[in-house]
Design a protein around this ligand. Sequence first.
Ligand SMILES: [Zn+2]
Length: 84
Amino acid sequence: MKSNKNSFTALEQQDMKYHDYLDYWVCECGNFEKEDGFMACTETGDLISPFGAFYGRCERCGRVFHIGRRQIIGINPNPDRGRF
Ligand SMILES: [Zn+2]
């Protein structure tokens, strides 16, 4: 039986870092767009179409962040990837 248990864990909200030299946000784990990058996701980290998405997920560590506020809100190391 397929488990639909979501592995999301909320974290204390934290502003994302900004790359020292390049015009990119950087995750706590050091990942940014030119390395492993980020994927659009739901507020619990499941991957979705990037169009109109409010949240993003780090492809390296699974942290989930609010795109508009640029704040890390949680982590989901094992999301439902859907077709993404
Ligand atoms: Zn990360």
